[in-house]
Design a binder for this molecule. Structure first.
Ligand SMILES: [Zn+2]
Length: 540
């Protein structure tokens, strides 16, 4: 879509007054924001270890392997999936989710977790019940005694209860911690580096019907179902060990590794469903729709649904971009689609190709402006048209940018939120530059300064954990000052060197997790210089 000069000027003028961002609540409602304090879940249902199945004498797989001669001993045979007729190592269901140049990824990441999930939504869309099986590989250099999963709905106003938990078909009793948001799964035998286990569990989820927690990203509201982090997720094991904490509710709450998801959802027939990945199967059983989706590599699996969604689509190279919204905001939906097309082209050109064959935008009642998920983004339905519509372009471009920095290149979003948020703000400025020239860049830059001005331009470090920023500091510093650090870094390195550094950063850490030190070391290797002073001035 061509955007006229008049529209451009209006956009720039408005951008200087209001900053399109997702995680901090937009200015119009900012005063109503609950201050980010230590979070207690509104409701948590006690999972029922007493309902764990009896151990029926399943012979542990480890024992079977010991019978093999040492030189031919293979890894213990794992229980096959009971949910899909797909071997754990069979990556073929994910082939169509990746563009041609990304197909090699299917032969890499051998240790990525594989999730098989089969869930049914209740007719009133407030409950989810089902089963999950996960093939986990110990990719660490030490034996693991336990595996930690996160039960985020117990922190976001709903409840997630797990039952019948097994490790390689052997019943185990989990230990719940951190307001039931962390499930420690004891392993019957230590899991050596490279070894694998299959975790099996039934689970049920109560879906909240208000937006009191985490921006309404996990809720059934206004007839829209938004399912963020609604299933048990494996935590990241990093230099802290199992990295699990109760995240502040003012930022993104999930820190996860790239994984592969096969998901079957049974839902009322009239729902239009948008989700991470692609749909690889669709049938009707007993008057309900049964969708099978494949997503990967992906750090999460998100789903949104509403009976009234209509879809606008556009093809960009090998990628289809879909915009899900309501008929009454179809003009805004078309604009969001046009912005996503241009953002995808800009970021692909600058950093490297978008890896997936599909990218979805979905209008939801979230109280954030927008929130990123793998292959899909939620956009606040009130910014498509009307007085808040100036937020739409920046929000959409920003969320598209997260597909590069958040989903492909991961980071600890709780401890180092600047790595995705500040960088994505910076590349959103590049989007405006590519779309509208220097005036577009300057317009967006003014909005960054205005945001930083909320703390009077205080030189607060951009590289702290979310919880270290009180009140408005998080938005002002990570989203306002943060992108200006990347501008300073670009100036220090020179434009050409900085661009090749960012391309390298994307390629090097794609599907992995980068730390601030990783970013610094890579930038230093590109400029052959010491960036310690610059980082001390801005980051730490
Ligand atoms: Zn963001």
């Amino acid at each position: 879509m061509k955007i006229t000069q008049t529209v451009l000027l209006v956009v720039i003028v408005l951008l200087t007054a209001c900053q399109p961002l997702e995680t901090p609540t937009p200015p119009a409602t900012r005063k109503a924001v609950v201050q980010p304090t230590a979070t207690e879940p509104a409701a948590a249902v006690e999972p029922s270890p007493e309902r764990l199945a009896d151990d029926e004498g399943t012979k542990p797989a480890e024992d079977q392997a010991t019978a093999l001669p040492a030189e031919t001993a293979a890894l213990p045979k794992l229980p096959p999936s009971t949910l899909f007729d797909v071997a754990w190592d069979d990556r073929s269901p994910f082939r169509a989710d990746l563009v041609r140049d990304e197909q090699g990824t299917l032969e890499s990441l051998p240790g990525a977790s594989v999730y098989h999930i089969d869930v049914a939504l209740s007719d009133d869309l407030t409950q989810l019940r089902g089963r999950q099986e996960v093939r986990y590989t110990n990719q660490e250099e030490k034996a693991l005694q336990e595996i930690v999963m996160r039960l985020f709905p117990n922190l976001t106003g709903g409840a997630l209860a797990v039952s019948n938990l097994t490790v390689n078909d052997r019943s185990v009793e989990p230990q719940l911690e951190m307001s039931d948001s962390t499930m420690r799964i004891p392993l019957p035998e230590p899991l050596l580096p490279g070894e694998q286990v299959v975790l099996g569990m039934d689970f049920s989820v109560e879906i909240p019907t208000d937006e009191s927690s985490n921006y309404g990203t996990f809720a059934y509201l206004d007839e829209t179902l938004a399912l963020a982090h609604a299933f048990p997720m494996i935590a990241v094991y990093d230099d802290e060990g199992w990295n699990a904490e109760i995240p502040p509710q003012s930022g993104d709450i999930v820190y996860a590794d790239s994984s592969f998801y096969l998901v079957r959802v049974r839902a009322p027939d009239d729902l239009v469903i948008a989700a991470s990945g692609i749909t690889i199967g669709q049938e009707e059983i007993d008057g309900r729709q049964v969708l099978t989706m494949a997503a990967g590599p992906a750090r999460d699996f998100y789903l949104a649904a509403n009976p009234d969604y209509t879809v606008l689509s556009q093809q960009v190279g090998e990628t289809t971009i879909n915009s899900y919204a309501f008929p009454e905001i179809s003009d805004g939906s078309a604009l969001a689609l046009a912005v996503a097309v241009q953002a995808l082209e800009t970021f692909a050109e600058r950093f490297g190709p978008y890896p997936h064959s599909e990218l979805d935008l979905v209008a939801t009642p979230t109280s954030a402006l927008g929130v990123e998920y793998p292959g899909i983004m939620a956009i606040n339905q009130t910014i498509y048209e009307g007085s808040r519509s100036p937020f739409l372009e920046g929000t959409t471009a920003h969320e598209v940018g997260h597909q590069w920095f958040y989903n492909a290149v991961g980071n600890d979003q709780i401890d180092e939120p600047w790595l995705d948020e500040a960088l994505v703000q910076y590349i959103t400025m590049l989007y405006f530059e590519d779309a509208y020239g220097p005036a577009g860049r300057e317009g967006f830059r003014e909005s960054l300064l205005a945001r930083w001005d909320r703390v009077d331009g205080a030189e607060i470090p951009i590289g702290m954990p979310v919880e270290a920023y009180p009140g408005p500091d998080y938005g002002a510093i990570v989203y306002g000052r943060g992108p200006l650090f990347f501008e300073a870094l670009a100036e220090k390195l020179g434009e050409e060197t900085f661009e090749s550094f960012l391309r390298d950063y994307y390629e090097t850490f794609k599907w992995n997790v980068a730390s601030g030190q990783d970013l610094k070391a890579l930038a230093e290797s590109h400029c052959d210089c010491d960036l310690t002073d610059l980082f001390e001035e801005w980051v730490y």
